[in-house]
Design a protein around this ligand. Structure first.
Ligand SMILES: [Zn+2]
Length: 214
């Protein structure tokens, strides 16, 4: 990471922390973190849910609306197993490329595919984490919680479970951290036992992003 990039990231994250309703991380006071998974549901989802059951940790899943629409049973399964679900766009188009009407339409169709959700207006994670002022204002005025993350596992680039696990374990992870992962990847699945084990050994509890922010 270059110095310019580091400074830009710092400025951006500092600004993000000032926007009400734009959620990146929880309180640093309690030793809790949230595991979040984007881009499901897909053919791997049940494996993720079984692994998380085995590890006894709840997580948050940000679902692509059109995938959720074709897999209603899986959508119910996330909830049945105690996880939080939120929207991730209907077709994963960057929100910054949509006008107000198209953005709200994507969110409404995703909400419908998610079955009306359980926590009032749904949470939404913008595809690629891309937001700008107009999309943010549109989402917030419509009552959505906009969920980003504070630590990127980079599991889209690194396919080695050990590398992903190391990046997502203490001391790199600290209290209140929201970790970003993706569904549909065997190496992410394989990294989870080490990540949860390392977090537990360091005294961290994994909770849903909803609980982390409550
Ligand atoms: Zn995504």
């Amino acid at each position: 990471m270059t110095v310019t990039h580091a400074v830009r990231t710092l400025v951006k994250t500092t600004l993000f922390d000032c926007v009400p309703g734009l959620l990146r991380r929880g309180a640093r006071a309690s030793k809790r973190v949230a595991l979040t998974f984007d881009d499901g549901p897909d053919d791997y989802t049940l494996r993720y849910l079984d692994k998380l059951d085995e590890l006894a940790v709840p997580a948050t899943f940000f679902l692509i609306g059109k995938s959720a629409a074709t897999r209603p049973a899986l959508v119910r399964e996330y909830l049945r197993r105690g996880h939080q679900i939120g929207g991730h766009g209907y077709d994963h188009t960057r929100f910054t490329k949509l006008d107000r009407r198209a953005l709200l339409d994507q969110c409404a169709r995703t909400d419908e595919a998610l079955g009306g959700v359980t926590t009032g207006r749904s949470w939404v994670r913008p595809p690629h984490g891309t937001v700008n002022t107009p999309s943010l204002v549109t989402l917030r005025l419509a009552g959505y919680k906009v969920a980003l993350w504070s630590l990127d596992s980079c599991d889209y680039g690194d396919h080695d479970p050990a590398v992903v696990a190391e990046r997502c374990s203490p001391p790199h992870v600290t209290s209140g951290e929201v970790l970003l992962f993706h569904e549909g990847q065997q190496w992410t699945l394989d990294a989870l036992p080490a990540i949860v084990g390392n977090l537990r050994n360091a005294g961290y509890e994994c909770v849903t992003m909803f609980d982390l922010m409550s």
